[in-house]
Design a protein around this ligand. Structure first.
Ligand SMILES: [Fe+2]
Length: 178
């Protein structure tokens, strides 16, 4: 049987370092198991509960933001070559894929399948959960930094080049639907 995480997020294979790739898969596997999310439920989950009538799904959002992050990095590479601010592509990809993994803990499902926030999600937003999960699975601090800085909690803090790229592409997607 195909690994459900790779089925949902085939872009995990963009991570070149096999150890880093395995750690990202381990985080997503634990996140799927926490509330017994199925592949189908995740494909139908809205990417945010902060905007009404969102037509874009959670998994689509994760994959699209990752593709935008990779594209931005490639454009900068092609434009500036050796003058470009260095970006670690593997950290960028891993952080982009883990920024919202905490939503699988933050969100819960009611018996009728509706997605909402229960008490767990009201206590901790997904960036905090994501950092905790990444720490547990031994992700490097550069990747935890991208998770920590991607949303409003990172406002006013210094961002690494990878965190700058991901934060902006994430808000392109969010601001266009909210
Ligand atoms: Fe997020």
């Amino acid at each position: 049987m195909k690994n459900p995480v790779l089925e949902l997020l085939p872009e995990i294979n963009e991570i070149e370092n096999s150890d880093l790739r395995a750690k990202v898969i381990a985080c997503w596997t634990e996140a799927l198991e926490f509330r017994n999310w199925t592949v189908e439920e995740l494909q139908n989950m809205p990417f945010t509960l902060l905007a009404k009538k969102v037509k874009i799904g959670f998994i689509e959002h994760v994959r699209t933001c990752l593709k935008m992050a990779i594209a931005v990095n490639t454009v900068l590479d092609n434009a500036y070559g050796s003058r470009k601010t260095p970006v670690n592509r593997d950290y960028l990809v891993a952080g982009s894929l883990l920024a919202d993994v905490g939503k699988l803990f933050e969100f819960s499902k009611k018996q009728d399948g509706k997605i909402h926030k229960d008490n767990y999600g009201k206590q901790l937003r997904h960036p905090f959960i994501g950092v905790g999960l990444a720490f547990k699975h031994g992700l490097p601090p550069q990747v935890m930094h991208i998770i920590a800085m991607h949303s409003k909690e990172g406002n006013g803090e210094e961002h690494s080049p990878e965190a700058i790229i991901f934060h902006h592409v994430d808000f392109i997607d969010f601001d266009l639907v909210k």
